[in-house]
Design a protein around this ligand. Structure first.
Ligand code: SF4
Length: 417
């Protein structure tokens, strides 16, 4: 049986695509393996959000080709075509599928491996323990730092009924948690005829019998009407984990980014979420060192984060991307970017440790995401990764109750109750 390894770089949407491919490849009698050294086909789903991300993709492809000269190497994802074409020649890639052709990846891999004809279905191996479903792709915005709209095209949504069917199927396959992923998730449905909304979608999905936990990938604070916020805080099945793409808090920097929002609007949303769902994990994406970011802008951001109910943030040091307006602007010195991003990452670690410690002795719903020897890893609905002793008869994907016993900077221990 042909073995395939799928390596993801980047965002939840890439993960959701790989989840879909792995399910379909397994149904077509290929084996999806977890170790690339055991694979006959290696698929790389690339990311080009930052220069660092692009460098990591190149490095992995070189390592695979060096160690497995005979392996069939397939590249897809957000890597720019000219970069991919150069790699195709230098690393003798067997196949490069740019984003617009990504949906045909499974058929192309079957063609590459001559597996089209086989009908025998392989024994399915779970690629992941949570069902990741891509419901939206692309983006119609033009944030001045972002390359994604040029790589993934205009916003397009899966029809509401198709999403409902995919979630229904995931529930039937005993996935305790379903993750809805999108490049611009909050824009879900705007492109459909008639237009739909993320709110309508949630109202359709939440009543599905047997659905336990529904997690949303990144949310745009500019597209969070009160009616949607009310669903997020009132529905038990909605995981209390809200990750917001804030990017900055200083109005002048947000304006330069082409993101019309204010710190005051953020405070209102974060305050609403924290007061209505105190157990919620509140996170944010941030960019530091954006062209024109003065020390006063940075200090304003830092104070905002310190005062805010956010308990963690992903800090990106600004990386100029070819073809974006911000690439042409006067850059902040690397040393300044480095100091600012390190300070905010330290603040994020401190706030998140306090947040995790506030759950010692409390019990939370969690899905079983990994089982290894006598240990299990659980992911709570508010995104704590908890190590527990293996409980008999508990399966991957299952939702259990876990009591938090111990919290250290890089580990959380608990017990299933
Ligand atoms: S909304 Fe997000 S994906 Fe769209 S351009 Fe802005 S940062 Fe990029």
């Amino acid at each position: 049986m042909t073995s395939v390894f799928i390596h993801n770089f980047g965002c939840r949407v890439n993960q959701a695509e790989a989840f879909d491919w792995s399910e379909r490849l397994a149904r077509a009698s290929l084996t999806v393996v977890k170790d690339w050294r055991k694979a006959q086909v290696v698929v790389v789903n690339s990311c080009a959000l930052t220069a660092r991300a692009e460098a990591d993709v190149r490095q992995f492809l070189r390592k695979v080709r060096r160690e497995l000269p005979e392996v069939r190497l397939v590249l897809t994802g957000c890597l720019r075509e000219e970069v991919a074409e150069e790699l195709k020649h230098s690393l003798k890639l067997n196949l490069f599928l740019p984003n617009p052709a990504k949906d045909s990846l499974v058929e192309e891999v079957l063609r590459l491996t001559g597996s089209i004809s086989k009908t025998q279905v392989s024994e399915k191996r779970p690629y992941r323990s949570r069902a990741l479903i891509k419901i939206q792709d692309g983006c119609n915005c033009r944030c001045t730092f972002c390359i994604i709209p040029y790589l993934r095209g205009r916003s397009r949504s899966l029809p509401l009924e198709t999403v409902r069917e995919k979630v229904q199927k995931a529930v039937e396959e005993s996935y305790g948690e379903v993750v809805l992923a999108g490049i611009h998730l909050c824009a879900y449905g705007q492109d459909l005829t008639p237009p739909k909304s993320l709110e309508e979608l949630l109202r359709t999905l939440l009543p599905i019998p047997g659905l336990r936990l529904l997690r949303l990938s990144s949310l745009d604070p500019r597209l969070l009407p009160e009616s949607l916020l009310k669903i997020l805080v009132s529905e038990e099945k909605v995981c209390p984990h809200f990750h917001l793409s804030l990017q900055h808090a200083s109005e002048s920097v947000l304006k330069k980014m082409g993101r019309r929002s204010t710190a005051l609007e953020y405070q209102k949303i974060l305050g609403f979420l924290r007061s209505h769902r105190p157990e919620a994990s509140l996170g944010a994406d941030l960019i530091v060192g954006f062209p024109g970011e003065e020390e006063s802008d940075y200090q304003f951001l830092k104070n905002f984060l310190q005062e805010s109910p956010l308990n963690y943030f992903h800090v990106f040091s600004f990386s100029p991307r070819a073809g974006t307006p911000a690439e042409r602007w006067k850059q902040v010195p690397e040393s300044v970017k480095k100091r600012r991003s390190e300070e905010l990452r330290k603040l994020s670690r401190e706030k998140n440790l306090d947040f995790k410690k506030s759950f010692i002795g409390r019990t939370l719903p969690a899905v079983v995401v990994r089982k290894k020897e006598k240990q299990m890893e659980l992911l709570t609905s508010n995104y704590l990764k908890v190590q527990v002793e293996e409980g008999s008869g508990i399966n991957l994907r299952e939702v259990v109750k876990v009591r938090i016993l111990q919290v250290e900077p890089f580990s959380v221990r608990g017990e299933v109750v």
